[in-house]
Design a binder for this molecule. Structure first.
Ligand code: UDP
Length: 239
């Protein structure tokens, strides 16, 4: 049995990056319809006022801490989170595994045209990966059924959903049972990163736990969203 810790009532797996990857590979090899969520403090705060988001996060099959704020709270409160497991790194390693084992992926999300470029770049890096299909993330709810059919027609091993949080988690929660895949995972802006239209912070920032700061400088419009971080820290440390 895996151990979970609760931060503001969101249960998060106490796994290292390596353990998270092993679990994900196990899903791809032996399971079906498994959900991976990568919550950060922002979505944990959304869950405080949105019962649906709280419920679905707690029902995730693997829920890893993507966000240094969660690790800070875990350290101060002596919880047992091992380290930050960035969704982008986990997704990268899943793609590496898919390339090695000739598994197939479907990419859903980001602006029209970007998922296609992401697929081309992924194929360049992992020539043996099977790109089963892709679709942009700006579709209407009335298109959901057609998208499910599109995915099921190609029966991919892995579906990466990048619609931003919590939209992607809500979409996954609503449909994962009907999607023929082994693993479905929310990747936020990960498709943009694969396509090269947005960049992750340099490794030094990541190692210092300052990826959020780099992002804020590059994308100042995030400030309003990020103001929730101090609120999260105060609320989580008081709880
Ligand atoms: N996005 C999308 N459909 C939407 C809204 C957003 O496909 O209706 C995409 C957007 O183009 C971007 C990603 O979702 O690729 C959100 O990226 P962000 O880095 O903001 O993710 P978050 O920080 O919310 O995880």
């Amino acid at each position: 049995m895996r151990k979970k810790v609760k931060i503001l009532n969101v249960a998060i797996d106490t796994v290292s990056r390596e353990e998270a990857l092993k679990i994900a590979i196990g899903y791809i090899e032996n399971q079906s319809n498994k959900r991976i969520y990568t919550p950060n403090p922002e979505i944990v705060m959304i869950a405080q006022t949105d019962g649906n988001v709280m419920r679905l996060l707690n029902e995730g099959d693997l829920v890893v801490p993507d966000g240094i704020g969660l690790i800070i709270v875990s350290r101060i409160k002596k919880l047992e989170l091992k380290e930050r497991v960035a969704g982008a790194d986990l997704a990268d390693n899943i793609l590496k595994f898919c390339g090695k084992e000739k598994k197939s992926i479907f990419i859903l999300g980001s602006k029209p045209g970007v998922a296609e470029i992401a697929c081309e770049k992924i194929k360049e890096i992992h020539p043996d990966i099977i790109i089963a299909g892709y679709f942009h993330g700006y579709f209407k709810e009335t298109e959901d059924e057609a998208i499910i059919e599109k995915i099921n027609n190609v029966n991919p091993d892995v579906v990466l959903v990048g619609l931003g949080a919590p939209k992607q988690e809500i979409w996954i929660d609503k449909y994962y049972k009907r999607i023929n895949c082994k693993l479905i995972m929310g990747v936020g802006g990960g498709i943009d990163i694969c396509a090269g239209t947005s960049k992750r912070a340099p490794i030094a920032f990541q190692n210092l736990g300052l990826e959020w700061f780099y992002r804020l400088v590059k994308e100042p419009w995030r400030l309003k969203r990020m103001l929730v971080l101090p609120k999260f820290l105060i609320k989580a440390l008081r709880s």
